[in-house]
Design a protein around this ligand. Structure first.
Ligand SMILES: [Zn+2]
Length: 246
C-alpha cells in the first residue's frame, strides 16, 4: 500500500528545531532553537540575518561567547523558484555529502504527488557557497555557466590560482553592466587576494553557445550535479590517475 501523499506542493516554510549546543569556549551545553529551513519570501528578515552572518548564531548563557552554528539548512525563495540545500561538509567528504544529498532528495521526491516534479535544487557545502549561489541566482546568472567560466579562469591563470589553495567566488557587489567580477580567496587564510573580471558580452556569447542541444549536453556532462563546482572538478581531475593513451 502506498502511503497517502500530501496535497500541497513542496514548500518548506521557516522551521526551527531545538538542538543541544556546546559552547566552543567554556564547554557549557544549552538547548538552542535553530533554523532548519527559511523562506525568504515569507520572512525577508531571515535573508538579512543570513547575509549579516547572524542566522543560527548562539550566545552562551554561561560565558557570553557568541558563535555561529553551521548545520543543514534549506534556503527557499519561492519568488525565484529557488531551493538551496546547505549541507556543511569538509573538503575531503564532498563525495559522501553528494551521496547523502541524493538519497535525501529521493526520499523527498517520494513524498511529492506523481504529477509534481521535484523542484530544481542546488547543493552547497559551505556558507560562502550558499551566499554566492543566492547572489548568482538573484543576478539571473546560470550556475553551470559561471562554474564553466571559473574553470577557464583557473586554467588560464594556473600559476597564480591553484585550485588546491585558492577559491574563485562570484562577486555580485563589484560586478557591473560590463563585467562579471570574481574574487580570489585563499582557502587557508580566507583572505581575499585579487579580483578578476569577465566581460558580460563573453558571458552572453556563452549563453548563446550553450543554448544549442549538443553543447548544453556538454555542459551537463562537465557539471552533472548535484554539487556544481569548477574547483571540485579540477581537484577531482588532478587526483585521478592519467588515463592510458589510446
Ligand atoms: Zn560559554
Amino acid at each position: 500500500m502506498t502511503p497517502p501523499k500530501p496535497s500541497a506542493t513542496f514548500h518548506p516554510m521557516a522551521q526551527k528545531s531545538d538542538y543541544p549546543i556546546r559552547c566552543p569556549k567554556c564547554g557549557h551545553e544549552q538547548t538552542v532553537s535553530l533554523y532548519d529551513a527559511i523562506d525568504v519570501k515569507a520572512e525577508p528578515a531571515l535573508r538579512t540575518q543570513l547575509m549579516e552572518n547572524k542566522l543560527n548564531s548562539v550566545t552562551c548563557v554561561a560565558c557570553g561567547f557568541s558563535f555561529r552554528v553551521d548545520k543543514n539548512l534549506v534556503y527557499s525563495d519561492p519568488t525565484r523558484k529557488l531551493l538551496i540545500f546547505w549541507v556543511p561538509t569538509s573538503e575531503d567528504n564532498f563525495a559522501l555529502g553528494e551521496e547523502q544529498f541524493v538519497s535525501m532528495l529521493r526520499d523527498l521526491s517520494g513524498l511529492l504527488p506523481d504529477d509534481v516534479h521535484a523542484p530544481t535544487v542546488h547543493l552547497v557545502f559551505t556558507r560562502v557557497e550558499l551566499i554566492e549561489r543566492i547572489f548568482l541566482i538573484e543576478a539571473e546568472l546560470d550556475e553551470r555557466l559561471v562554474e564553466y567560466i571559473k574553470y577557464s579562469l583557473y586554467t588560464r591563470n594556473a600559476e597564480r590560482i591553484a585550485p588546491e589553495q585558492k577559491l574563485l567566488l562570484f562577486n555580485a557587489t563589484d560586478s557591473t553592466p560590463e563585467h562579471l567580477c570574481f574574487v580570489v580567496q585563499d582557502a587557508q587564510t580566507r583572505q581575499f587576494e585579487a579580483m578578476l573580471q569577465y566581460s558580460r558580452d563573453a558571458y552572453t556569447a556563452l549563453v548563446e553557445t550553450f543554448e544549442s542541444g549538443e553543447k548544453s549536453a556538454d555542459l551537463l556532462e562537465l557539471f552533472p550535479g548535484p554539487y556544481i563546482s569548477a574547483r571540485a572538478l579540477l581537484l577531482r581531475e588532478r587526483s585521478e590517475p592519467e588515463r592510458p593513451a589510446q
